[in-house]
Design a protein. Structure first.
Length: 173
């Protein structure tokens, strides 16, 4: 009887240990998801803080913005007559597109050129002799002014030599 109680006790201890480990892993997962949620909230709060700091910088420069508005931008608040109540009012302000209609200050100009006289056709006689090759323009080389000055190129060459020497020293070690 004591032997059977020992096996049952061992089974109960094993079952309790397994249940305890499962609860621990479940609580660890819950903590990890809570931490991930907090990290997302921190990132959102940092983004909001940056936006508020930018707004604060703008509002601290309001006198400068007012000077710019007065001198260059000329922005004004909308007046009551500028606010429309519906899309129908907005559509009534739009003129239909008329491709043939031109504004009064636009004038069209045209020039009539006389018809060119027909050019006489040239008759080419086929021959076995090789036709004269067309004369190509003579290309002359432009004096090489160089993209970089000679001192700059010398400085780059010296830096490259120094780097090659340092690489050789490193590879020999």
């Amino acid at each position: 009887m004591i032997r059977s109680l020992g096996s049952a006790g061992l089974a109960l201890v094993t079952l309790g240990t397994g249940l305890g480990l499962y609860l621990v892993s479940y609580s660890v997962g819950a903590e990890r998801s809570g931490i991930a949620k907090l990290e997302r909230q921190i990132a959102t709060d940092r983004r909001d803080i940056r936006a508020l700091e930018a707004e604060l910088r703008v509002r601290s420069n309001l006198p400068q913005l007012e000077r710019w508005n007065a001198s260059a931008l000329a922005l004004n608040a909308p007046k009551a007559g500028q606010i429309l109540e519906s899309e129908v009012q907005l559509a009534s302000l739009v003129r239909p597109h008329q491709p043939d209609a031109l504004p009064a200050d636009v004038r069209l100009a045209s020039v009539e050129l006389p018809a060119p006289a027909p050019a006489p056709r040239e008759v080419q006689v086929a021959s076995l002799e090789q036709a004269a090759k067309p004369r190509l323009p003579v290309l002359r080389e432009r004096p090489d002014t160089g993209l970089f000055s000679a001192s700059f190129v010398a400085e780059i060459d010296a830096a490259a030599d120094d780097e090659r020497a340092s690489l050789t020293r490193v590879s020999l070690r």
